[in-house]
Design a protein around this ligand. Structure first.
Ligand code: S3P
Length: 175
């Protein structure tokens, strides 16, 4: 992998990951999509039939496989909040980029989407409590934090490119 995107549901991981991969002319993988492929079921069906704990097992196995592949990986909102997954991310040399956004922005985005079992289960207040509870875990897992509220996907991608390419420029300038 060249970069891994983490962040709460609705933070833009998939949209930004796809665009970043296009601009870097590399492959994009979305962890949720890989899980759906692996299970042959939607995320909602996995939660419904087997529960969240089973989903987390699948998520961890899929993360282990995906992290070894080239390209950009967009994770699920819960991925880095599980200790074993956080350890997998920390052990990888790939930059971990956390996209953050205000409660208002997140709610505006996830309200329009379907297929997120936790959104249906927790409701607005529960979801925002979960976001707050997870914030420190995202920060701990991230190498780079980007606040996306007033940025377009293209602007976010430009910011990520500048930040992940920066050390290379510095080395080149010095050497
Ligand atoms: C989850 C986020 C979802 C998906 C699953 C659980 C979470 O991914 O992995 O519904 O625990 O926050 P997105 O962040 O892509 O919606």
């Amino acid at each position: 992998m060249q970069a891994i995107l983490i962040g709460f549901m609705g933070s833009g991981k998939t949209t930004v990951g796809r665009l970043l991969a296009t601009e870097l002319e590399t492959h994009h993988a979305d962890l949720d999509e890989l899980i759906v492929k692996r299970a042959g079921k939607t995320i909602s069906t996995i939660f419904e039939e087997r529960g969240e704990a089973y989903f987390r097992q699948l998520e961890q196995q899929t993360l282990r496989d995906a992290i070894a592949q080239p390209g950009i990986l967009s994770t699920g909102g819960g991925t880095p909040t599980i200790a074993a997954n956080a350890a997998i991310l920390k052990a990888s040399p790939v930059p971990v980029i956390c996209l953050t956004a205000s409660d208002q922005t997140i709610l505006g985005r996830v309200a329009q989407d379907t297929g997120r079992p936790l959104v249906d289960e927790l409701g607005t207040q529960g979801l925002m409590a979960l976001k707050q509870k997870r914030a420190a875990l995202y920060r701990a897992a991230a190498d780079i934090l980007i606040t996306t509220d007033n940025l377009t996907p293209a602007q976010i991608v430009a910011e990520i490119k500048a930040r992940i390419l920066q050390p290379v420029h510095r080395v080149a300038a010095n050497g």
